[in-house]
Ligand binder design. Structure first.
Ligand SMILES: O=P(O)(O)OC[C@H]1O[C@H](OP(=O)(O)OP(=O)(O)O)[C@H](O)[C@@H]1O
Ligand code: HPA
Ligand SMILES: [Mg+2]
Length: 167
């Protein structure tokens, strides 16, 4: 994971917003699948890709859903990633007809690794930062590289002081 501390801006996303944006992603993907009956399966990149993948697979009526777990390391700005859990090899093949979904692409390291394994798959994310854009086929919203995206599963409602303060 990239460090959230040096980021200038925060982009806070509610459950409602991610639901709308993941639906918009599904609608954009509709019709882009293989001609002979659409995508064979949706594969979520855990963990952040699971909620968007659920919404996309529901909208596109795809009932075969698998997961791939990737762990990224950032040593001295050298991003490296490794696969902790693979999806079903027989299902995946070279990725043809498979839709791979993640919540966002940032540096692109995660998608680069997964694309090496499944070069013919279609890669979709809800959000994208400029550095990662070349690694994703379809996304909905772009945010600047210095923005940290906060997802609803990492947040909680909490009290905030009134703007004018209290005596
Ligand atoms: O483009 P990159 O620089 O590789 O970053 C993007 C990845 O980083 C985050 O996942 P993370 O590895 O933090 O794990 P999580 O999904 O379990 O939170 C995010 O969900 C993407 O999968
Ligand atoms: O902006 C982000 N938000 C949450 N997780 C992330 N992992 C890489 N970049 C981000
Ligand atoms: Mg992730």
């Amino acid at each position: 994971m990239t460090d959230r501390l040096p980021h200038e801006k925060g982009f806070h996303i509610s459950w409602d917003q991610i639901h709308r944006d993941a639906r918009a992603l599904a609608w954009r993907l509709d019709g882009q699948g293989p001609d002979d009956g659409g995508w064979r399966a949706v594969v979520a990149i855990t963990r952040g890709g699971m909620a968007p993948a659920m919404i996309v697979s529901r909208e596109l009526d795809i009932r075969t859903v698998d997961t791939i777990s990737v762990r990224s390391y950032h040593h001295q700005d050298q991003g490296e990633a490794e696969v902790l859990k693979s999806p079903d090899a027989e299902l995946m093949g070279d990725g043809e007809g498979i839709l791979i979904v993640d919540d966002l692409v940032d540096s692109g390291k995660t998608l680069e690794l997964v694309r090496k394994l499944y070069p013919k798959a279609h890669f979709a994310t809800v959000y994208a930062k400029p550095q990662g854009r070349p690694t994703v086929d379809t996304f909905i919203t772009e945010v600047s590289q210095d923005t940290w995206i906060f997802f609803p599963w990492d947040m909680a409602l909490q009290y905030v002081e009134p703007y004018r303060g209290t005596d």
